[in-house]
Ligand binder design. Structure first.
Ligand code: AKB
Length: 317
């Protein structure tokens, strides 16, 4: 069996995926890479190599020298940052994907995981229970790059037999490492500020409803998709996957149940305009039918877990 390589391992998803892959395959079968030279403490046990996914040659050498057979490509610029760095976002999000897909096309690796996002939808898509297949006219660089990436994944599968699998992640909520540069990041920041300062100013308006998912569900969805048998998969672009959905006001009220003095204020910025174009919820019946997807965490269990875990981190630090 070859090794599992995570590209972008120091980010919000990467750190947790590495830990899960270690549990599933063993520490000697997992390799972490990131453009940042030093890995975060949570994943310091695993073999780590600094790597820029745009550097084809180093990527190829690492895959060959380490006997890699699966790549999880998580390096990307997210929606808010991408609007500020348009050209580099497009370059990283697209060229990174091509570099990895081409390794699979040439037979150097067997399987690829690449995350897409609810950001592939736009203002003209149905907002509630957005279908798997529907109008998708994204208006952000990030959304455009993810939609183009989905089309390329399907193309590589259809034309070259590349076994690439993908999920349209909603906003992800986690405590082990913080997200960076997304529109849904408020739903993580809110916990840190609630516990540190007792208040939070949301950059999204109170009634903006977005699809969200607790990280444990996201990692489990990734694992279940990657372990599903090839014949069961009918989507080779990217699967809608549902967790929960809520507004800033609703998560604020849920936090208040546990921290009664918590104060939530609102100061919408450009990220509110992005969020206005995204779905409120998605229809994930393809994921349910093809590989039995079912989320576990709802808003209540997410809020209590986040408060519990982040309070413990404050005590330790
Ligand atoms: C973002 O907000 O950009 C991401 C996403 C929904 O893909 N979290």
């Amino acid at each position: 069996m070859g090794k599992k390589l995570v590209i972008g391992s120091s980010g919000q998803i990467g750190t947790e995926l590495i830990l899960d892959l270690i549990n599933t395959y063993g520490i000697n079968q997992v390799i972490a890479t990131d453009i940042k030279a030093t890995p975060p403490d949570v994943i310091k046990e695993v073999d780590f190599f600094p790597l820029d996914v745009l550097d084809n040659e180093n990527l190829f050498n690492l895959v060959k020298s380490q006997n890699v057979d699966e790549i999880y490509l998580l390096a990307a610029l997210l929606s808010a940052t991408a609007e500020k760095k348009v050209q580099s976002a497009w370059n990283l999000n697209m060229k990174g994907l091509f570099n990895v897909l081409d390794l699979a096309k040439e037979g150097h690796i067997k399987k690829v995981f690449w995350p897409s996002s609810i950001a592939i939808f736009g203002a003209s898509s149905p907002k509630v229970l957005t279908p798997q297949k529907t109008i998708a006219e994204p208006s952000t660089v990030y959304g455009i790059s993810k939609l183009a990436g989905e089309r390329w994944c399907e193309y590589y599968y259809n034309n070259y037999g590349v076994d690439v699998r993908s999920l349209r992640y909603p906003g992800l909520i986690s405590y082990k490492s913080e997200p960076g540069g997304g529109t849904t990041d408020y739903a993580v920041d809110i916990f840190h500020q609630a516990l540190k300062k007792g208040s939070y100013t949301s950059f999204l308006a109170e009634d903006i409803r977005l699809p969200m998912m607790y990280m444990d569900d996201a990692i489990r969805a990734t694992k279940e998709l990657m372990l599903a048998s090839k014949e069961d998969l009918t989507i080779r672009s990217s699967y809608n996957v549902n967790g929960m959905n809520f507004t800033p006001n609703e998560i604020g009220l849920q936090i208040k149940k546990l921290l009664p003095d918590f104060k939530l204020n609102f100061k919408p910025d450009f990220r509110n305009e992005i969020a206005l174009t995204w779905p409120e919820s998605t229809d994930d019946s393809f994921a349910q039918n093809d590989w039995n997807w079912k989320p576990i965490f709802d808003l209540e269990s997410t809020v209590s877990t986040m408060i519990n875990k982040i309070s413990k981190q404050f005590i330790i630090n």
